[in-house]
Design a protein around this ligand. Structure first.
Ligand code: ADP
Ligand code: MG
Ligand code: MG
Length: 897
């Protein structure tokens, strides 16, 4: 027989590891109960029951009896029945999912009170005001969250009562006023819903439980889940907890606390306390709370007990905890705890503090921080002292969509953004919302500010992709693009050209210029700040230590994508263990364009050889510099990849020039030939055209020249008794035959240089795996390649059939909103598709050549989730842009720890 499913757990039956089933709140209440802490008795209805309800539209059949059994046990234990007229047991009905989710249903307190039992409660507590205060709270909360009455109606009635009484807070209302308010509230409920406020206690409870289930699927909750990538089918648990009362008088109260400062990580007493209050009052700001430390003067016994419980919790959870508690007539009760949220800086500090306290080891410390937090700490920041001092005016607050601190002149259209930035101005592009037409302006701007849209809006997605500061959805700002002005609350008007500052890490918007300071963490990585330099604040020290933990355990090496000596040197300071991708295309730009033109126009072998001969010494000099900056470390040089026409004049411009010249009858021979060549090279779809290895096979001598430049540069460095370690990488290979032909030629050139210089060069030759066919035939390709480097940018483009430059700006927002993917596959590797090709290519490559070196050099090399994937499939290294190196090191450590 199938085992009867269990839908209800008493607090004594659960524990903190049952979050899936009991939700975070229920699991931790159980954990505290089992630790022997003072938790009011109660039970939790599982997420499983919620899932049944959501799927079938009805509570599971067994649930009602199970709840009855647990309620009965609770009543027995408390010595009173739910809503019992002369001495009512009251409970709270609380929502609690596995992940904490603001935007879900609020808790309903004081369930069980009714016209029949309010007098009994008053008599038992010997406090009439308390009983009516509890009742009006019940009708208000129940009306709003269970019966869907507009909460403002209750607020207004409450305000009216206070006005009539001349009271400035709820404490000014006496029992009689509150009794009247209960009647008013019940009238509101009846009028708005056509139903009476339910008087039957069990019915109140059942309706509240169902309302919690239903709250899983409110629009707000759905939106939040999509943004935070929380699965939509988890459901919520419901916790039923016997009431304790902080509103019994001045010897009672309620508060929240942290075991350490969630902003700095410092240990101490952090929290707020409010006397004679219930539940939400502390955070709702209805009256002024006092700092937790003052509780010591109010109720020393409870204070001492709370401090000791907080210590117990910290040691038990081995982490910062946040807490909700209530004091009922001098008796302390714990109502909630969880591992608390913290700022990025606090995360690093706390991790190392806990190591010092011996509570966690280094491996665990690595799990307490993330690469995303580290990268947050690496953005330049507004100087806090100025931003917070009121020297500049904060005019609004939006969604922190893409981090960074940006200052510039306000512009309201893309055209102006581009025009002004060309003349050297820094601008902030302000739009109601952006669309693909704004792309040029977004590129030109320092930052982007919109008044509409959330974290997946066009502005947010594109800005994050570009690494550009963005604040979006600042709804209180009125953007008038026609009149080129923005109006902020309080009538502040910003016209085109006014300076504003936006903080993409906090979402704050300032009028005027806030000074920007570099991140101390970057100063440290750059070697401009010593790890011990900031003893007071300790952040750099903490980052330094956590990075050391990561470097000790990680198996993945981290290399940089760097094309010149300056980037290489920075990458090295940031901890790069080599260069995984040196693009050679910049060596064909600028003044060297002319030489490329000559190469393309060459009619004879001699002309072509001359053109290549002119490029050779320049390339060689570039490589010498690069090998010097990376002495002793591997440098993977990729031979020319982009289509040649990228180095030639723009087809339209050139056509116009030639046409004008022809009309003047002084067309120049060279331009005419160039135009012909440009026409010949023009491609409908250059991404899939004549580029990469195809260039090497079609343009005689091109790759040979590049290989020679590399080989001679290596020989030069060796002659200087240094340690150059070059690797030659062939891009866009689809079949082993392409690689074999290029390889033969390269081997010949290398042998040539070796003979001429009398040096053994030991140059490895390998290929990029960036086409599906290359991945599918990796076993064959490995016969001609000493290493693979997965080019996951092109591989993602070709596997999905997405042209990156086009799709990100056009329809990715729609795809994200529809949940087709939670994040762009160009940002985080698509494990199921692209990733599975990588995985099989790794296996096939290693089967052919067991010592095949394997790396990845797409943008994914610096993305936390992707780094974990590359660790898991067994690559040797990831390569990413210099600024992402610390993040990659950290995540590689976290993956291995
Ligand atoms: P949230 O998830 O919004 O914090 P909670 O379920 O924790 O909701 O409850 C809201 C407030 O009510 C909190 O301040 C909590 O401490 C208080 N509260 C909940 N249950 C009880 C109870 N049984 N007795 C007294 N106060 C309670
Ligand atoms: Mg709570
Ligand atoms: Mg590529």
């Amino acid at each position: 027989r199938q085992k009867q499913q269990k839908f209800v757990y008493d607090f004594t039956e659960g524990n903190k590891d049952l979050k899936d089933l009991l939700g975070g709140k229920g699991a931790n209440l159980a954990e505290m109960t089992n630790l022997g802490l003072p938790v009011p008795p109660g039970f939790t209805i599982t997420t499983e029951a919620c899932r049944v309800y959501l799927e079938s539209g009805a509570e599971p059949a067994a649930l009602r009896d199970e709840v009855s059994a647990h309620l009965e046990a609770l009543e027995k234990r408390m010595g009173k029945r739910l809503g019992q007229a002369d001495d009512p047991l009251l409970v709270s009905v609380r929502s609690g999912a596995k992940f904490s989710m603001p935007g879900m249903m609020d808790t309903v307190l004081n369930i069980g009170l009714s016209d029949a039992s309010v007098a009994g409660l008053a008599a038992q507590a010997d406090n009439e005001r308390f009983a009516w205060d509890s009742y009006r709270r019940l009708v208000q909360m129940f009306g709003k969250t269970v019966m869907d009455v507009d909460g403002d109606l209750f607020e207004e009635a409450m305000e009216a009562a206070k006005r009539a009484k001349g009271a400035d807070s709820d404490l000014g209302l006496d029992a009689g006023d509150l009794k009247q308010l209960v009647a008013d509230f019940q009238q509101i409920v009846l009028k708005e819903t056509g139903r009476e406020f339910p008087q039957e206690p069990r019915e109140q409870m059942d309706l509240a439980v169902r309302a919690v289930f239903d709250s899983w699927n409110t629009e707000r909750a759905k939106l939040y889940r999509r943004q935070e990538r929380i699965p939509g089918d988890l459901g919520t648990a419901v916790t039923v907890c016997s009431m304790v009362f902080g509103n019994l008088g001045p010897d009672s109260g309620t508060g929240v606390a942290f075991t350490r400062d969630p902003a700095s990580g410092a240990q101490g007493t952090y929290g707020d306390y409010l006397q004679n209050a219930q539940g939400e009052d502390v955070v709702a700001g209805i009256r002024n709370t006092v700092p937790l430390a003052e509780l010591e003067g109010i109720d020393k016994t409870s204070y001492d007990q709370l401090m000791s419980i907080m210590q117990t919790l910290e040691t038990h959870y081995r982490d910062l905890c946040d807490i909700e508690f209530t004091i009922e007539r001098g008796h302390l009760w714990m109502l909630q705890t969880r591992v608390g949220k913290r700022t990025a800086a606090a995360a690093f500090r706390i991790a190392t503090q806990l190591v010092d306290q011996g509570l966690i080891d280094e491996a665990e410390a690595l799990q307490r921080v993330t690469g995303a937090q580290l990268s947050q700490l690496m953005f330049p920041r507004f100087e806090d002292t100025v931003a917070d001092s009121g020297q500049v005016k904060r005019i609004g607050w939006g969604i922190a969509a893409s981090p960074g601190a940006a200052v510039g002149k306000a512009v309201f259209d893309s055209y102006t953004a581009v025009k002004w930035s060309r003349s050297g101005e820094q601008v902030i592009l302000i739009r109601r919302e952006t669309n693909p037409d704004d792309l040029n302006g977004m590129i030109a701007a320092e930052g982007i500010l919109t008044s509409r849209g959330g974290k997946t809006s066009h502005a947010a997605v594109v800005a994050r992709g570009m690494g550009k500061t963005c604040v979006c959805g600042a709804e209180e700002l009125e953007v008038d693009t026609k009149r080129r002005r923005l109006t902020a609350p309080g009538g502040v008007v910003i016209e085109e050209g006014d300076l504003i500052s936006i903080d993409g890490s906090t979402g704050k918007i300032y009028l005027g210029e806030v000074p920007v300071v570099p991140s101390p963490v970057v100063e440290y990585f750059e070697g401009r700040m010593h790890a011990g330099a900031d003893e007071a604040d300790g952040l750099v020290q903490a980052v330094h230590r956590v990075m050391a933990y990561a470097d000790r355990v990680r198996r993945l090496q981290v290399r940089a994508n760097a094309d010149n000596a300056e980037d290489a040197a920075r990458a090295r300071r940031f901890g790069a263990q080599g260069i995984g991708l040196c693009r050679t295309e910049h060596m064909f730009l600028g003044e060297r364009r002319e030489m490329v033109e000559r190469l393309v126009l060459a009619d004879t072998d001699t002309e072509r050889e001359e053109a290549l001969g002119a490029l050779l010494p320049l390339q060689k000099a570039d490589f010498i510099e690069l090998f010097e900056a990376m002495d002793g470390l591997p440098v993977t040089v990729r031979l020319l990849d982009p289509p040649l026409h990228e180095f030639l004049p723009d087809i339209t411009e050139l056509s116009v020039r030639v046409a004008l010249a022809e009309s003047r009858k002084d067309a120049n021979e060279n331009d005419l030939r160039l135009l012909q060549a440009v026409h010949k090279l023009h491609e409908q779809n250059p991404m899939l055209g004549l580029r990469g290895v195809r260039l090497g096979l079609v343009i005689p001598g091109l790759f040979a020249m590049q290989v020679r430049a590399i080989a001679e540069a290596v020989a030069h460095r060796k002659a200087a008794k240094c340690d150059p370690r070059a690797e030659i990488m062939i891009p866009l290979v689809g079949t082993v035959q392409e690689l074999e032909i290029v390889r033969e030629e390269a081997d010949r050139v290398i042998a040539d240089v070796e003979a001429a210089t009398g040096t053994r060069l030991k140059l490895a030759i390998g290929t990029m795996i960036e086409l599906p066919r290359a991945a599918l035939t990796a076993g064959q390709i490995a016969e001609a390649a000493e290493f693979f480097s997965f080019g996951t940018n092109d591989l993602t483009q070709t596997v999905w059939g997405f042209s990156r430059d086009d799709v990100e700006a056009s329809f990715f927002t729609a795809y994200l909103e529809k949940g087709i993917f939670g994040v762009s596959p160009f940002e985080t590797i698509d494990k199921d598709g692209v990733g599975s090709l990588v995985r099989s290519a790794v296996e096939a490559g290693r089967a052919t050549r067991p010592d095949l070196k394997l790396g990845i050099c797409g943008e994914h090399g610096g993305d936390p989730e992707s780094v974990h994937f590359f660790h898991e499939v067994g690559l040797d290294y990831v390569s990413c842009s210099p600024f992402r190196i610390p993040v990659a090191r950290l995540e590689a450590g976290r993956a291995a720890a």
